[in-house]
Design a protein around this ligand. Structure first.
Ligand SMILES: NC(=O)c1ccc[n+]([C@@H]2O[C@H](COP(=O)([O-])OP(=O)(O)OC[C@H]3O[C@@H](n4cnc5c(N)ncnc54)[C@H](OP(=O)(O)O)[C@@H]3O)[C@@H](O)[C@H]2O)c1
Length: 281
């Protein structure tokens, strides 16, 4: 059985990956409480004698708006933390998979873009996005990068993904304004896990986009959520991207992200993903 050391295993994405794949792989959890990834020497010491085949690095500073103020924290974890792990794995010739984000792209409409493919040129806008891209660059083409986008799942009490945020607002009978002139590419986390199963077994130090099969506006996504869960869609009102962006970190407007390389696992789109989470809840 492949032994996979994993960071961020308590997080939204990591905990589901472990749940779904733990019967097929042996996960060795590098929990934050035991190892702070920003501490270079501790990381090196911890990984020096660890018996593992591959490291899956999901831990990150993930608060997009707060990152604009907590720059040092975001940089320390997303860039230096990634560097610490990269160096520790290189020392022992171990494989590394770094989970990154569609936010590395600017989402500005131009010639031939979006959509963004694995070989599209990143141009991060906000500070979180910048640190994730700097984290990618640290790896210098010598590790695998898996970019995911708007991940969602059925159950996770610690943190709400965008679907649960919308659902709970509608369930409370509250109105919400959703952006019409932007695109997001929601990704079912279960699909990320199953695509990773393939990548664990077929590792190569390349970039992969593991993302949902369709992109839509947040407004359209909210309507789909309301319809799927029989909630009142008349509570959803339109707003512009410009309105939404006031006072927030800069982010990608048209985040239509696709893959040229994922011919190994069929990702589902939001409509099917919502039906799936409804079954799982
Ligand atoms: N969520 C999204 O919308 C999204 C979209 C695209 C890409 N991604 C990427 O996917 C990955 C996983 O995201 P997520 O949403 O699952 O993250 P998350 O729920 O915010 O969890 C972050 C994880 O990082 C750990 N961590 C934080 N600081 C640490 C430190 N100093 N040392 C060691 N571990 C530390 C946390 O442990 P504790 O809880 O114990 O502190 C937690 O397990 C991230 O790399 C993120 O950039 C996320």
């Amino acid at each position: 059985m492949l032994r996979i050391a994993i960071t961020g295993s308590s997080g939204l994405v990591g905990s589901r990956i472990v749940e779904l794949l733990q019967s097929e792989f042996e996960f060795i959890k590098l929990a934050h409480a035991d190892l702070d990834l920003t501490k270079k020497i501790s990381v090196r010491e911890n990984l020096k004698n660890l018996d593992y085949d591959m490291l899956l690095h999901l831990a990150g500073y993930t608060k997009v708006n707060e990152a604009e103020k907590e720059k040092e924290l975001a940089y320390a974890l997303n860039v230096e933390g990634t560097r610490n792990l990269f160096e520790a794995t290189r020392e022992r010739d171990k494989k590394l998979i770094y989970i990154s984000t569609d936010f590395v792209f600017d989402g500005i409409r131009g010639e031939n873009r979006p959509p963004y493919f694995e070989d599209s040129e990143p141009n991060p806008l906000g500070y979180y996005a910048l640190t994730k891209y700097e984290g990618e660059k640290v790896l210098n083409g010598q590790a695998m990068i898996v970019r995911i986008s708007y991940p969602y799942r059925a159950n996770y009490s610690e943190k709400k993904d965008f679907i649960r945020s919308i659902r709970s607002r509608l369930e409370m009978g509250k109105t919400l304004k959703m952006v019409t002139d932007a695109l997001i590419t929601p990704t079912f986390i279960d699909d990320v896990a199953f695509a990773l199963r393939y990548l664990f077994n077929n590792y190569s130090p390349e970039i992969f986009h593991i993302v949902g099969s369709n992109s839509l506006s947040p407004f359209a996504a909210a309507k789909l959520i309301a319809n799927t869960f029989y909630l009142n869609e008349s509570l959803i009102f339109p707003k512009t991207f410009q309105e939404y962006s006031l006072g927030k970190a800069k982010r990608s407007q048209y985040s239509e992200i696709k893959s040229k390389k994922n011919n190994f696992y069929k990702m589902i789109g939001l409509e099917e993903g919502l039906r799936e989470i409804k079954k799982q809840i």
